[in-house]
Write a protein that binds this ligand. Structure first.
Ligand SMILES: C[S@@+](CC[C@H](N)C(=O)[O-])C[C@H]1O[C@@H](n2cnc3c(N)ncnc32)[C@H](O)[C@@H]1O
Length: 344
């Protein structure tokens, strides 16, 4: 299994297990993985900077009878049957929505729930996202000695699992990297880390969807060359998307890039939600009060491009089939990855 799938699967499964107390297959997945790991040489960071972006993986399932031969398959096509099954599950979820009272609680102060999340989990929860440099080589090239002045802004930085891999390998004297999160505890974790290096890095509390349109500390208008948004946009309610676009538009340099990865419609994490988690179409609340949205490609395109603030460079769905060979279970994971460019 490639590093990105492994990290994200374990992260999101752990998040759900921890919050819901649900009995799921993390243990077996890990065991199954170990089995597979021993069959092939370990994947190492030697791929960094060499692969083209959006190469999600090359292990394709061409003959269905091979499905139990490996624990992960790339570029999975969804048939009618899977779409129908997903829709059925979602219809079931819709019958038992979150009560209006609870909705107001979760939507009223979403930062609070993330803050509690970081108080409970500290920096140990999400794994370092080293694969980002494979999927988005621009991040890697910005840290080279000769890259010149570059401002990277990470939004929804959490405990710094994207920020630190970039910061610690930086050789560019002119790099400025700013990390922001609306959960103060997350920002504290970043600032208190032994890897924090104030020479190039800073961190601040900032809400991507703040209605006042306030800028983050240390970020001038139209100054960001690269914005990194990894699993942060899904935490917003759909009513907040437009405000987030306004705020982003204010800070992005014309020609600047937004690197984006999120959960996509039909992902295992979506279909696993049980009763009383449904907040709205494709929008859910986890057991710990944190919210999560599952995007379609069309939706994402519309959000970013409708006001001509951003141009679509690439949107792709990363759809994989994870297999638990011991228990003969199939699990579909769907992520959406995109790159947008700020227009003039
Ligand atoms: C799933 S975590 C991802 C953390 C990190 N990007 C990573 O990939 O490891 C989502 C993060 O987004 C932050 N977040 C959610 N909504 C936000 C908002 N409106 N503004 C800024 N940060 C937000 C949360 O506090 C949390 O740290």
């Amino acid at each position: 299994m490639t590093e990105d799938v492994k990290e994200e699967t374990l992260n999101s499964i752990a998040h759900e297990v921890q919050q819901n107390g649900e009995e799921i297959t993390e243990q077996e997945e890990e065991e199954d993985e170990e089995e597979e790991e021993s069959e092939k040489p370990a994947q190492t960071d030697s791929r960094i900077g060499r692969d083209s972006p959006f190469e999600f993986g090359k292990r394709n399932l061409t003959d269905n009878s091979d499905v139990w031969d490996h624990n992960a398959w790339d570029n999975i096509e969804w048939g009618e049957e899977q779409i129908e099954q997903a829709n059925e599950k979602i219809l079931e979820q819709k019958k038992f929505p979150v009560s209006d009272f609870d909705k107001n609680l979760y939507n009223g102060n979403p930062a609070r729930y993330w803050d509690i999340f970081y108080k409970n989990n500290k920096e140990n929860f999400f794994k370092n996202r080293k694969w980002l440099q494979i999927e988005f080589p621009i991040l890697y090239s910005s840290t080279r000695k000769d890259a010149g002045p570059v401002t990277i802004f990470e939004i929804g930085c959490g405990a710094g699992n994207t920020f630190f891999p970039i910061l610690t390998q930086n050789e560019n004297e002119d790099l400025k990297i700013v990390a922001a999160d609306f959960a103060p505890k997350a920002v504290d974790l970043v600032k208190e880390s032994e890897n924090f290096n104030p020479k190039y890095g800073s961190a601040c509390v900032w809400d991507l969807a703040n209605p006042e349109g306030n800028l983050p500390e240390g970020i001038e208008p139209k100054s960001v060359d690269i914005a990194v948004m990894i699993f942060v946009f899904s935490a917003l309610a759909p009513e907040q998307w437009d405000q987030a676009m306004e705020n982003l538009h204010k800070i992005m340099k014309p020609g600047g890039k937004i690197l984006f990865r999120e959960y996509s419609f039909g992902d295992m994490a979506q279909l696993r939600f049980k009763k009383n988690r449904f907040l709205g179409d494709n929008f859910y609340v986890r057991g710990d009060g944190t919210r999560v949205y599952f995007f379609t490609e069309e939706e994402l395109r519309e959000i970013f491009t409708k006001k001509n603030y951003f141009i679509e460079n690439k949107i792709a769905i990363d759809r994989r089939l994870l297999v638990n060979r011991k228990r003969k279970l199939k699990m579909y994971r769907c992520w959406i990855q995109a790159m947008f460019e700020a227009s003039e």
